[in-house]
Design a protein around this ligand. Sequence first.
Ligand code: E4P
Ligand code: PEP
Length: 343
Amino acid sequence: MVIVMSPDATADDVDAVVAAVESAGGEASVGRLSVAGGSGRTFIGVTGDLALIDALRIDEMRGVGRVRRVSTSYKLVSREHRTERSTVEVGGVTIGPGTFTLIAGPCAVESAAQTTEAAQIARSAGATMLRGGAFKPRTSPYAFQGLGEAGLKILADVRDRTGLPVVTEVLSVRDVELVASYADMLQIGTRSMQNFPLLQAVGAAGRPVLLKRGMMNTIEEWLMAAEYIARAGTLDIVLCERGIRTFEPATRNTLDIAAVPLAQHLSHLPVIVDPSHSGGRRDLVAPLSRAAVAAGADGVIIDVHPRPEQARCDGGQALTGPELLPLARQLDDLTTVLGRTTA
Ligand code: E4P
Ligand code: PEP
């Protein structure tokens, strides 16, 4: 059960609800949520014998806004908790139903010049957000690990010059505050999806979060990860399907296209697709992006590089300007046919 307090609820109102729940043998955990475009709300997650707790008539207590029974293991991100699909605002860009957001940029920030060129490619194709990794999760400890804070500074500078809000990955709890001080949105990568302390730290960081699906995780585990972030303080979460590991070696991962409508059915959060990391092949980025639009995704996040053959990370899946431009036009046409507008 989730109890959402009204905006004018006092601390005493919250304490009274908690005491009532506990008097019926239930457990109550209090949190505060911020939602894009609105003021924060206190919520109380309740577990226990719900028949006993129902008898308390909590919905009639002072300061209580709404009481919802939620049958799924994730609560705040569930469609049962909020029936309408949500939108998430990132630096003036709205991600969610009715729109289609194109996010593009380099896989890794390598230099100011490369990031600027990639951002120009992104912007001229109509992308409204810039991606780029400063902290890179690499399989090999000898591979390029990213520029760290120097990379964040480059991203912030390019954002200031192009107006494109920035999403970038944070790999460790230690760096959350630092990354949040430069980025508009914090990315949790596939390898970190079940790093629970990290999920809690980004949830409390005051920035929207892009939560990639773990490459070996179920949809339910993905939504439970989102629940960790929500419980820590924000519902400004965008889910990203980026492919899962299967027995098929022809692609880097298998894009689970069904996960898009399924996640949207189970959760009110926006869902986007990463066609670059899922296929891992430049020639698959366009078809997978078109599939994402057709499946109802709320956007795509695409790797671009001015010179992919020189990329320090994932060059084989990066598009150049001449490749991104026609794809962006196609996605525009497709979204129009499907009655949506590009953000
Ligand atoms: C990309 O952004 C990741 O860091 C990258 O895909 C990891 O790949 P790797 O296995 O080449 O390190
Ligand atoms: C990325 O987008 O930079 C990235 C590392 O992706 P993923 O976590 O999906 O592999």
